[in-house]
Design a protein around this ligand. Structure first.
Ligand SMILES: Cc1ncc(COP(=O)(O)O)c(C=O)c1O
Length: 375
């Protein structure tokens, strides 16, 4: 970083989840009132309606609401038959929960690397981690980018999509995350592209048997709370959260378009001359959940952007296989691309309401920051 720095004119926050929701507030208030009036707080009509609407949005046969995106992974893997003695291939460059949910099934995570440009797993990185015990692959659609599920499934191993960050994304052929693998898991954590007002999650699948097992596992392993066929979970999407999600769902496509447009605007404004950009996986149109750039001096860049009022955040600086809880499973695992991305990534502002003036201000700040002397 050399030369002269100049300050941009506008502060831009890393996220903006409130502005898109502000015009929906009266409708959300009515949805909450509806639940308070009908008093079916657990499952019931709101959850059933959301499940139908969300499955239809994804192009999946069924959606099943659960308590959060972490439970969704554990429950989906169990419904896919994963259990003790099995291996599940998972990237290390992801949110910790992707891997944490695996030992809860009795299986163990086997960490794989990712592609340096898309930051997602590929058939090659998965193939390198396959073992004779591999029962499933957990392919994370990281930062909203869409992992190549068809190519990974062609390896002959069932694929569970971790679609927590990918709501609103679409493939060039019209398919969506959630309907690409054997099953997919979702988080509706408030900051997600489709976020509720607390914890929430879902599983989507085209396989009716998996859907049936998921429905039982989320409800104590029972259909009727009389006979218990599995040791399951109490993991249900709240009716209040489902009602709130139903108000937002019709806007998800438009919000996805806005995230795509913001990414394109970063590109057109010349950001790629200053830092390495997020690269959509071939054949995909991601609804960027986070817009993550790469730079050799990412922390220095973050400090300078912070001084200029631009929100940034480094993700997964310690990748999962190097976390204390994964010490044994991560021992001896070498994932060079993961280590490189962990050191160099930086999320810059992205939201469904990031406008051109804000994107220009971010690019101007990055330009000034990379031109400034270090230290
Ligand atoms: C990639 C990924 N997987 C899993 C999760 C877990 O979701 P939750 O926080 O709803 O348990 C998250 C989100 O936080 C995530 O980003």
């Amino acid at each position: 970083m050399e030369g002269e720095a100049s300050l941009p004119l506008m502060a831009v926050s890393l996220f903006d989840t409130s502005t898109p929701l502000a015009p929906l507030r009266p409708e959300i208030d009515r949805a909450v009132a509806r639940v308070l009036d009908h008093k079916q707080f657990i499952l019931g009509p709101e959850v059933a309606a959301f499940e139908e609407e969300f499955a239809s949005f994804c192009g999946a046969g069924q959606a099943i609401g659960v308590a959060n995106g972490t439970d969704a992974i554990t429950i989906a893997l169990r419904a896919m038959g994963v259990g003790p003695g099995d291996d599940v291939v998972v990237p290390s460059f992801t949110f910790y929960a992707s891997a944490e949910a695996i030992p809860a099934t009795g299986a163990q995570p086997v960490f794989c690397d990712v592609d340096p440009e898309t930051m997602c797993v590929t058939a090659d990185t998965v193939r390198a981690a396959l073992t004779p015990q591999t029962k499933a692959v957990l392919a994370v659609h990281l930062f909203g980018n869409i992992a190549p599920i068809d190519e990974i499934a062609a390896l002959g191993v069932p694929v569970l999509e971790d679609a927590a960050q990918a709501a609103g994304g679409i493939l060039d052929d019209g398919r969506r995350p959630g309907a690409l693998g054997t099953a997919a898991t979702w988080s509706f954590f408030p900051s997600k592209n489709l976020g509720c007002f607390g914890d929430g999650g879902a599983i989507t699948t085209n396989d009716p048997d998996i859907a049936e097992r998921v429905r039982m596992l989320r409800f104590h392993g029972s259909h009727d709370k009389v006979t218990y066929e599995h040791v399951g979970y109490n993991s249900r999407l709240d009716a209040l959260q489902a009602a709130i999600l139903r108000v937002q769902l019709p806007h998800l496509e438009g919000w996805g378009d806005a995230r795509r447009a913001a990414g394109r605007h970063y590109e057109n404004a010349g950001l790629g001359e200053l830092v390495d950009l997020s690269v959509p996986a071939p054949g995909t149109r991601p609804a960027w959940h986070l817009y993550v750039v790469r730079h050799a001096e990412a922390d220095a860049l973050a400090a300078r952007l912070g001084e200029a009022g631009i929100g940034t955040k480094a993700y997964y600086r310690t990748p999962v296989h190097r976390q204390p809880a994964m010490r044994e499973l991560g021992a001896g695992v070498e994932l060079p691309v993961t280590d490189e991305l962990a050191a160099t990534n930086l999320a810059i502002p992205m939201s469904a309401v990031l406008d051109r003036a804000q994107a220009d201000a971010v690019v101007a700040a990055v330009r000034a920051a990379v031109a400034a002397p270090v230290g």
